[in-house]
Write a protein that binds this ligand. Structure first.
Ligand code: NAD
Ligand code: DAU
Length: 355
């Protein structure tokens, strides 16, 4: 038995692969195109681990996926691979449509062909899990209840529109062809290996480098934060006990305005790694032009996955954010490698040596 993971060299995917192999001996086949967001250094601890097979490749490459599924016969596909950054989708939406929509379509067709050829127990046990986002539901007003699974889709950015399209494809492949799918729509993740273009790792990296901390607009936009390994445990719960065809919203009940997130990071950094001049990192806060079409508030109602699958986050925001800051302080070389582009060379050297 094995599981097939797409996008396993990215932020959440690499945490999932590491977490999976820390808890189970079931092998993992990771397929990742190693775009700018894919970093094999995240998986370096698995270099000599025979339970992990890494394949560099694109989810739009149907012959490659067909070959890998036939060769490894996975019982599960967990689909993380995506273009994930909202700002990049505003500046250049094309790759988001290709990977998030066409890539998901290609993967679904390959999964359908593979699953159709399975028999008996293997066919009954097969699952395709699609990892998606709360952004498909649009933006909440202050008085609105958190997003439930029944909320209508109202995606506002090219990124969220492409993820919404992929969710609809997954749903349709279940309803039309009977493909045994599950979908999760999760809130903002944070934790180790988070690419320093996203709010939390960018603020930590910029603070330590003495650079401005750019707050979009008034900084009062609200996100609902979940420590990344809690997202991983939610996906494991869905794979174990989730009902075919169902959607599960995943979140940590941690709604916070962006400016409060940044202030929390500053308090931790002031304590754990004070500035040489004795001043607070708050001196570096800089309000900048808002993101176009910026969603004002996201919040997740996670009661369905709690009630039906017994899943609960293990971390509070206080414990998770402290772990995160400590990880970034202890792994400043990882951030430097990403920011300098050295991770691409590291990858070429190490990957070429192994393939
Ligand atoms: P990420 O950008 O860190 O990683 C994406 C990974 O996918 C990278 O390793 C990249 O190389 C790979 N990839 C991109 N295009 C590919 C392609 N065409 N073929 C194969 N691999 C490709 O993203 P992330 O933050 O880890 O997000 C993972 C998934 O979780 C995405 O589907 C995202 O929409 C979803 N999600 C993310 C969050 C969050 O807060 N980050 C929250 C909810 C849902
Ligand atoms: O809600 C889930 C989504 O969370 C995922 O689907 C996306 O893949 C993930 O990137 C994330 O999207 P956001 O746009 O919410 O994340 P980001 O870290 O880019 O921004 C978080 C908030 O912080 C958002 O309101 C914009 C703001 N921001 C972001 C950056 C990078 C700033 O104010 N300044 C910044 O420099």
């Amino acid at each position: 038995m094995s599981i097939f993971v797409t996008g396993g060299a990215g932020f959440i995917g690499s945490n999932f692969v590491l977490d999976w192999l820390a808890q189970s001996n079931e092998p993992v086949i990771t397929l990742d195109a190693l775009t700018y967001a894919g970093n094999l250094e995240n998986l370096a601890s698995l270099d000599c681990d025979s339970r992990h097979i890494f394949v560099q490749g694109n989810i739009c490459d149907r012959p490659l996926i067909d070959r890998l599924l036939a060769e490894h016969q996975p019982r599960v596909i967990v689909h993380f691979a995506a273009e994930s950054h909202v700002d990049r989708s505003i500046h250049g939406p094309g790759e988001f449509m290709r990977t998030n929509i066409d890539g998901t379509f290609t993967l679904l067709e390959a999964a359908r062909a593979y699953w159709s050829g399975l028999e008996g127990e293997a066919k009954a046990a097969f699952r395709f899990h699609h990892v998606s986002t709360d952004e498909v539901y649009g933006s909440l007003k202050p008085e609105d209840p958190p997003f439930a699974e029944t909320n209508p889709y109202e995606p506002n950015s090219p990124y969220s529109a492409s993820k919404a399209a992929s969710d609809h494809l997954v749903r349709a492949w279940h309803h039309t062809y009977g493909l045994p799918v599950t979908t999760s729509n999760c809130s903002n993740n944070y934790g180790p290996y988070h690419f320093p273009e996203k709010l939390i790792p960018l603020m930590i990296a910029n603070a330590l480098a003495g650079k401005p901390l750019p707050i979009y607009g008034d900084g009062q936009q609200i996100r609902d934060w979940l420590y990344v390994t809690d997202h991983c445990s939610a996906i494991r719960a869905i794979l174990d006990k989730g009902k075919v065809g169902e959607v599960y919203n995943v979140g940590g009940w941690n709604e916070m305005p962006n400016i409060e997130i940044v202030q929390t990071l500053i308090q931790l950094l002031d304590k754990l790694s004070p500035r040489a001049d004795g001043k607070s990192y708050s001196e570096q806060i800089t309000y900048v032009t808002d993101r176009p079409g910026h969603d004002r508030r996201y919040a997740i109602d996670a009661r369905k996955i709690e009630r039906e699958l017994g899943w609960r986050p293990a971390e509070t925001f206080q414990t998770g954010i402290r772990k995160t800051v400590e990880w970034y302080l202890a792994n400043q070389a990882w951030v430097r490698n990403v920011q300098s582009g050295a991770y691409r060379e590291w990858l070429a050297l190490n990957y070429a040596a192994r393939s």
